[in-house]
Ligand binder design. Structure first.
Ligand code: ATP
Ligand code: MG
Length: 334
C-alpha cells in the first residue's frame, strides 16, 4: 500500500484519546476498510520523519494477537497510522455497553494479551507500555489483538514530553520512576482484567474518599457527590471519569502544580503504591485459578512478579486454552 490522505475516505469517528483520534476509513483505490490513527506531535519535522521510520517495525509484526498495520505516513503536522479495523472495538467500550464480562471471556483476553506481549518481546524486543482496556480490541471473528504498543522510541519520547504517559494503569515501580520492563505490562494487565471482570475501574474503594477530591469543584455536581453513601458504581463513575479528565488536562499542558486538579491524580498514584492491590472480589465469585493469576499480576515488587512468558504456563491459562467458550458467538451478542 502506498498510503496518502487523498485516497482515504472517512466513514466514521471511532474515538479520541490523549494522543490523537482514530477514524474508520476506506482506502478508495482498493476498497479496503482501515482504522486510521492521527497523532499530533509537537516535535521537529526531522523527529517526525524519524518516528515514521521507526513505525515501519509495525509492518514486521506478524502475530494473530497483534493488530496488523497497512502503513504510516506523514501528513504534516500529523502522523497517520493505518491499521486493520476491528469491528467490535475495544474492551472498555464493550464492558461499558454490556457490563461485567464473563470470566471465561476474560481468561481468553488474558491469554491473548500474554501471547501478544510474549511475541512482541521475544521477536522484536518491544515492551508494550500501555496495556489497558482501550488498547485491547476484538472483532466479530472472535479475535483479540493489541494496539498502541511502544514501537517507536522517538514517539514514546515525544509523548512523554507532553505528559500523556501518566496512566491509571501504571505499575507501582513506574510511578516511582523505575525503568519500564515487561513486568510493568503484567501489572497493567492485572488491573485491566479486574476492571473487565467487575465491570468497573478497580480502585473505587480505596479512592472514594471525598477528601481526595475535595478540590475538584466540577465534581461536586456529579451524581453521587452529595450522596452521603454513594454506591460503588457511583463512586467509580466519578473517579474513573475524574482520573481520565485529569490525565487529559495534563496532556493539554496544565502544569503539575496547577492547583488541586492534578493533586488528586497524584493521590491516586500514591494509593497504587501504598494500598493493597485490587483483587477479584468477592471471594468465591470467580475461579480460584483466576484469583491466583490476578494476584500474581498485581504483586507490587516487580522482582516477584512473573514475566508474560511464565504466566502463560499458569493454571488459569491452561483452563483458558482448554475452554470451549465460543468468543465468536459471544461477540454476536452485542
Ligand atoms: P489513550 O490515548 O490514552 O491511549 P485511547 O486508547 O482510548 O486512549 P486511542 O488510542 O486514540 O485512545 O483510540 C481511540 C479509540 O479508537 C479506542 O477506544 C478504540 O475503541 C478505537 N480504535 C483504535 N484503533 C482501532 C482499530 N484498529 N479498530 C477499531 N477501533 C479502534
Ligand atoms: Mg489507544
Amino acid at each position: 500500500f502506498d498510503l496518502r490522505d487523498a485516497d482515504l475516505k472517512k466513514l466514521a469517528e471511532l474515538g479520541q484519546g490523549n494522543g490523537g483520534s482514530v477514524e474508520k476509513v476506506e482506502h478508495v483505490p482498493t476498497g479496503t476498510i482501515m482504522a486510521k490513527k492521527i497523532v499530533l506531535i509537537d516535535a521537529k519535522s526531522s523527529v517526525r520523519k524519524q518516528i515514521v521510520r521507526e513505525l515501519e517495525i509495525m509492518h514486521e509484526c506478524r502475530s494473530e494477537y497483534i493488530i496488523s498495520c497497512f502503513g504510516s505516513y506523514l501528513a504534516e503536522p500529523n502522523i497517520c497510522i493505518c491499521m486493520e479495523f476491528m469491528d467490535k472495538g475495544s474492551f472498555d467500550g464493550i464492558y461499558k455497553q454490556i457490563g461485567a464480562i464473563d470470566i471465561e471471556a476474560v481468561s481468553k483476553v488474558a491469554l491473548s494479551v500474554l501471547e501478544g506481549l510474549t511475541y512482541l518481546y521475544d521477536v522484536h524486543r518491544i515492551i508494550h507500555r500501555d496495556i489497558k482496556p482501550s488498547n485491547i480490541l476484538c472483532n466479530s471473528e472472535g479475535a483479540i489483538k493489541l494496539i498502541d504498543f511502544g514501537v517507536s522510541g522517538e514517539l514514546i519520547n515525544s509523548i512523554a514530553n507532553t505528559f500523556v504517559g501518566t496512566s491509571i494503569y501504571m505499575s507501582p515501580e513506574r510511578i516511582q520512576g523505575a525503568e519500564y520492563s515487561v513486568k510493568s505490562d503484567v501489572w497493567s494487565l492485572g488491573i485491566t482484567l479486574v476492571e473487565l471482570a467487575l465491570g468497573r475501574f478497580p480502585f473505587s474503594d480505596s479512592f472514594s474518599d471525598d477528601d481526595n477530591l475535595s478540590d475538584l469543584d466540577e465534581d461536586r455536581e456529579s451524581p453521587g457527590w452529595h450522596n452521603k453513601t454513594p454506591t460503588h458504581r457511583d463512586s467509580f463513575a466519578m473517579n474513573a471519569k475524574t482520573a481520565k479528565r485529569l490525565s487529559k488536562r495534563k496532556s493539554k499542558g496544565v502544569s503539575l502544580n496547577g492547583g488541586g486538579m492534578t493533586m488528586s491524580i497524584i493521590e491516586l498514584m500514591h494509593q497504587i503504591v501504598r494500598e493493597p492491590a485490587p483483587r477479584l472480589t468477592p471471594e468465591g465469585r470467580f475461579p480460584k485459578e483466576a484469583e491466583h493469576f490476578v494476584d500474581a499480576c498485581l504483586l507490587k515488587d516487580p522482582d516477584e512478579r512473573q514475566t508474560p512468558k511464565l504466566l502463560l504456563t499458569s493454571a488459569w491459562m491452561d483452563m483458558a486454552r482448554a475452554s470451549t467458550f465460543d468468543l465468536k458467538a459471544w461477540t454476536s451478542t452485542f
